[in-house]
Design a protein around this ligand. Structure first.
Ligand code: ADP
Ligand code: ZN
Length: 720
């Protein structure tokens, strides 16, 4: 196929990345060869680039079919910020806006157009017929598993996509999904009528997700500790019931966290608002039922926590998969308690359908096994999905040895006898002080005379607290209710104390594992700078009313705070800094890095980044074309915009954009088209929100200011 630019060049200048990931390159080559492809890649793997890069290499437009409006908007905003001509078509747009888009398509001015499936083939196939009249280079079907009844998310409207191949026999189709078992895979190929397709599979392993399971007992404090240690991060906490999400969100807010609840029972407006605030990092923690997350593209979700047991591995994997799409280390933490198993077992009973009940129970069983396994959790997950894996992944709680059972009989005996000697009337802190022989005045004189006083000096306070929790978890102790809970003995503890039965407990983790982003394994990064860069990004995001991660991903900011670029010419070598974003945001971020380096008296580390191979960015200037000239001449002859549009079979918006070119050249005056006060309002809005998205500006201006006026004013402003 004829191409206009090379994939590697596009990857570097537009997206700002050095190299392709996984098999992106092979996939792109297949598509550029004009052949069909099915891509199976886990979430965060980088599916979008598999069609976005070809879209920019190919001469015509790429039509992207995507099921969710919110997702389309997100993707288009991100592309526009990188300087890519992309748009979406959906029912929320006015007919004049739609007409403008179809003119842009006719003039081959868009590289990507996102549409919902029903839009593509519905309405008497009007749009499909229209597409036949313009140069379509590629069809990309996102979330392709939606076409199959065997998948977990069948959408009947996807079925019509089967007609694409017949209508466009020579246009390649690329289908992409993050979830497809063997049956679904075959079905996608069949339903889409793909021609000699190549299937590209990747491992479903998510190496940057760290899996941990903890006992669900006294877990609120552990949760708070965790969140406290991750105050600057965003994450999702999944609960089983709607009521539980509200209660937990309330508690967390009371404890000073930026949290909110999300579930299907909330009004749509409220849901949308909260989701939006989460995307913008203004709500850090979303406490949600599984209703939340489908179509969330946010790349910097740093943790996913399950405080209730998921129903099956599929759900667990999908939910935890929402963490770490940017490739940075992220946590999947699950609190596991036997009570949840009982509850879920009763939910799994499908009346009158024994077969289904059996399947659900079996799946639940597998989930429980995952929690209880003493072997690598990653291996368990991958095996479940039919992949092989090594025995030790080195990045789950089991592999890092935080769950090695040891013979702790002596330790248990010491602790339990202290509980007994003090008549089961004290809490863990006090008991530990006695065991360690504390001189504090808080310790009563009579306790200082006990034989257990000071027999536990060999262990640290933290180690004793760990064992106290273990004893509780393993039912060697129980805790009373009430305001001042005390520790009491159980049947099991008596066996250890009086019948010398052995007690096996988990050893404390050897050291607290402070996980750093992957890049840290190579070079140290400047933490404070990283946090400040995040703040700068949030501020810009807020001003422009777009999600922060669309501006730059966390990994881009990490790259900045690791390699400390000090010159503008360093920026193209920073991950995610494409030409357009450098023009738009480069200075702000560069200045912050420079100031930091001066203040801290440190030098750049760009030399650690390896040879600099990228060319400096270039921005293409707009040129006069015949079609613009024709509109201009007719306007000069006294024809109105509407009349020219009518006569030329184009939309008024297109004529406006033609004329804007001449305003910019100084040949026409803006005042002829837009009232002066409106001009001022639009200019102010453009300063505040940026000029890249017309929609964002329209949303932030009075209703009586049209898209046309906004476009004209923007076009009249000097270039950035
Ligand atoms: P998916 O759709 O498969 O879930 P995305 O396409 O959203 O994943 O990509 C996840 C993240 O990885 C995005 O932030 C994207 O920009 C980034 N990414 C994709 N490919 C590369 C690459 N080759 N180098 C660096 N980052 C990449
Ligand atoms: Zn492991």
């Amino acid at each position: 196929m004829q191409t206009i630019d090379s994939p590697a060049h596009i990857l570097q200048t537009i997206f700002g990345y050095d190299s392709f990931r996984h098999n992106q390159k092979e996939i792109i080559d297949q598509v550029l060869d004009g052949k069909d492809a099915l891509v199976l890649m886990p979430t965060g793997g980088g599916k979008s680039l598999c069609y976005q890069v070809p879209a920019l290499c190919l001469p015509g437009v790429t039509v992207v079919v995507s099921p969710l409006i919110a997702l389309m908007k997100d993707q288009v905003d991100a592309l526009v910020l990188s300087g890519v001509k992309a748009a979406f078509l959906n029912s929320t747009q006015s007919s004049s806006e739609q007409a403008y888009l179809s003119d842009q398509l006719k003039n081959n001015e868009l590289k990507l157009i996102y549409v919902a499936p029903e839009r593509l083939v519905g309405q008497d196939k009007q749009f499909l017929q229209f597409l036949k009249t313009i140069p379509v280079s590629l069809f990309a079907i996102d979330e392709a598993h939606c076409i199959s009844q065997w998948g977990h998310d069948f959408r009947p409207e996807y079925r019509v996509l089967g007609e694409l191949k017949g209508t466009f026999p020579d246009t390649p189709i690329i289908a992409l999904t993050a979830t497809a078992d063997g049956l679904t895979k075959k079905d996608i190929l069949l339903q889409l009528n793909l021609k000699a397709p190549k299937v590209f599979e990747n491992s479903f392993n998510r190496p940057n997700i760290f899996y941990t399971v903890k006992p669900k007992r006294g877990h609120y404090e552990e949760l708070v500790d965790y969140l406290e240690a991750h105050k600057n991060d965003s994450g999702i906490i999944y609960c089983l019931s709607r009521a539980a999400t509200e209660k937990l969100a309330e508690d967390l807010v009371e404890d000073g966290f930026q949290a909110a609840a999300y579930h299907a029972g909330l009004e749509k407006n409220l849901r949308d608002e909260r989701q939006d605030l989460f995307l913008k990092d203004e709500i850090k923690i979303m406490v949600a039922t599984i209703a939340f997350g489908m179509g969330i593209n946010k790349s910097n979700v740093r943790f996913v926590i399950h405080v209730d047991l998921p129903k099956n591995i599929e759900g667990y994997y999908q939910e935890t998969g929402r963490a770490g799409r940017d490739g940075l280390n992220s946590d999947a933490l699950l609190f596991f308690g036997a009570g949840d198993v009982i509850k879920l077992k009763s939910f799994a009973q499908v009346e009158g359908n024994e077969e289904q009940t059996k399947i659900l129970l079996k799946k639940l069983d597998k989930m429980v096994q995952f929690c209880e396994t003493k072997r690598c959790r990653r291996k368990y997950l991958l095996n479940y999905f039919g992949e092989t894996a090594s025995d030790n992944c080195g990045s789950c709680d089991v592999c890092l040895g935080s769950r090695t059972l040891v013979d702790a009989t002596l330790i248990a005996q010491k602790f339990l006898s202290a509980v007994a000697r003090m008549n089961e009337k004290f809490g863990a802190g006090y008991i530990i002080d006695v065991l360690r022989g504390s001189n504090s005045e808080k310790i009563r004189a009579e306790h200082k005379k006990l034989t257990v006083y000071g027999i536990g000096k060999d262990l640290s306070k933290d180690e004793w607290h760990h064992y106290a929790k273990e004893l509780l978890y393993e039912d060697y102790l129980q805790q009373s209710n009430g305001e001042y809970p005390v520790l009491q003995l159980t049947e099991k503890s008596k066996a250890v104390l009086f019948r010398a039965e052995k007690a096996f407990l988990n050893e404390p983790a050897k050291q607290v594992i402070v996980k750093e982003p992957i890049i840290y394994q190579q070079h140290a990064y400047e933490k404070e700078l990283f946090e400040n860069l995040k703040k700068l990004r949030n501020q810009i995001a807020h001003e422009e009313n777009i999600p922060a991660y669309i501006i730059f991903s966390d990994s881009s900011l990490l790259d900045l705070s690791t390699y400390l670029p000090l010159k503008r010419s360093d920026l193209p070598n920073i991950s995610g800094f494409g030409a357009f974003k450098i023009v738009r945001y480069g200075n702000a971020f560069l200045e912050m890095v420079q100031d930091y380096c001066i203040e801290q008296k440190i030098a750049t580390r760009m030399d650690l980044k390896g040879p600099q191979k990228r060319k400096p960015p270039r921005i293409v200037k707009e040129k006069e074309t015949d079609t613009k000239k024709l509109s201009y001449e007719q306007y000069q002859k006294g024809n109105s915009i509407e009349a020219i549009a009518e006569a030329r079979g184009l939309s008024p918006a297109t004529i406006e954009s033609h004329l804007s070119f001449y305003i910019h050249q100084g040949k026409l005056s803006l005042d002829e088209f837009v009232k002066h006060p409106h001009q001022e309002l639009i200019k102010k809005a453009a300063e505040k929100h940026g000029r890249l998205s017309l929609r964002i500006l329209k949303d932030n201006l009075p209703d009586n200011i049209s898209y046309g006026s906004i476009r004209m004013v923007l076009n009249s402003l000097p270039a950035d």
